[in-house]
Design a protein around this ligand. Structure first.
Ligand code: COA
Length: 325
């Protein structure tokens, strides 16, 4: 059964990708790697990298503003920014983003769940709407991994990209249920906290890629299965499976284990790489643009990342047109 009784409805979707495209060939010119290695292991061909002067808050505000525009709204009462790469340790990014959007006075806080940040944010937002605490919540995933990835380390530099994606969730009374976030679930295992980490006092991210891969596949599979089962969907009922875009092989493997056919697996990792908390809304927007998501579709989201953290959501796709900034 759905665990969100007052429906939170997805009414807006926005993105912001920095304009600079960095291809695998560009990386191979300065690192001991190749397009073939990167593409065959990860599915990534290029990623966007923000210029040094662009902040996470700017990316977040652009995506958040785009989501509000997509919904035809100019306000909401909570701004939630999921990010691994806040511009500062203190204060949080979200109040600055809210003010940049003309939402001074709205509640605003950051959420830190690494690559699961968007699903965590969606769950918190849906629960706050369900509890009657909020009527409209902007959930923004915004990342500038280029700030924490060692550009000389081929194991991580080829994986991550910058960008932001956002959704507006609103208290809804939709008769057809389109856009409703029906169910969310969250999980964590802090014993794996060393697998993806910026060690204290250090600048750059360290990742035990092989171990992360091995944990990600069964964990995402189980979580996505539980979310679908909670709303009574069989694998064949899932119209679109949208996993965190960490690695194409992980997504294909999870989909196969769940029993979702390849044509229902949504991916945009080839063009943007792993954008952590921004990855799922960016993938949703790309799929909506391509006509791969249509109103009423049964959509399962699932994410896994540092912490370790994971989470999944089941929702009905709304009639929404993404806006890009
Ligand atoms: N180009 C060429 N060779 C590379 C390379 C690169 N960019 N990065 C690593 N290698 C080398 C390694 O040095 C190693 O060489 P060795 O065998 O001589 O020691 C070899 O390739 C295999 O390395 P390994 O790390 O075991 O590769 P892998 O097949 O596991 O692929 C990842 C690496 C990162 C692509 C893969 O582990 C992965 O995607 N993991 C999940 C990451 C993830 O999801 N992270 C985010 C979670 S939110």
């Amino acid at each position: 059964m759905s665990n969100h009784r007052i429906p939170a409805v997805l009414t807006g979707l926005g993105t912001c990708l920095p304009p600079r495209v960095v291809t695998n060939e560009d990386l191979a010119r300065r690192l001991d790697t190749s397009h073939e290695w990167i593409h065959s292991r990860t599915g990534i061909a290029s990623r966007r990298i923000a210029d040094a002067g662009t902040s996470t808050a700017e990316l977040a505000a652009a995506a958040g503003g785009a989501a509000l525009e997509s919904a035809g709204r100019s306000s909401c009462d909570l701004v939630l920014v999921a990010t691994t790469t806040p511009d500062r340790a203190c204060p949080a990014t979200a109040p600055q983003v809210a003010s940049a959007l003309g939402l001074t006075g709205a509640g605003a806080f950051d959420l830190s769940a690494v690559c699961s940040g968007f699903v965590y944010g969606l769950s918190v937002a849906a629960a706050m709407i369900g509890a009657g605490t909020c009527a409209g919540v902007l959930v923004i995933g915004a990342e500038r991994y280029s700030a924490i990835v060692d550009p000389q380390h081929r194991g991580t530099a080829v994986i991550f990209g910058d960008g932001a994606g956002a959704v507006l969730l609103e208290r809804g009374e939709v008769a057809d249920g389109y856009g409703a976030v029906l169910h969310t679930e969250l999980g964590s295992d802090g014993t794996g906290n060393e697998m993806i980490t910026v060690p204290p006092g250090e600048r750059y991210l360290q990742m035990r890629g092989r171990e992360v891969y091995t944990r990600a596949v069964p964990t995402m599979t189980d979580s996505a299965r539980r979310a679908a089962a909670a709303v009574g969907w069989q694998p064949a009922d899932i119209d679109a499976f949208v996993g965190h875009q960490a690695n194409l092989r992980i997504l294909e493997s999870v989909a196969k284990r769940i029993g979702v056919p390849p044509q229902r697996v949504i991916t945009n990792i080839e063009d943007v790489g792993n954008t952590a908390a921004a990855s799922i809304p960016l993938a949703l927007a790309a799929a909506a643009d391509e006509g791969r998501l249509t109103p009423g579709d049964r959509v399962v989201l699932t994410a896994f990342g540092g912490g370790l953290t994971w989470g999944s959501a089941a929702l009905r796709w709304p009639d929404v047109r993404p806006v890009h900034r």
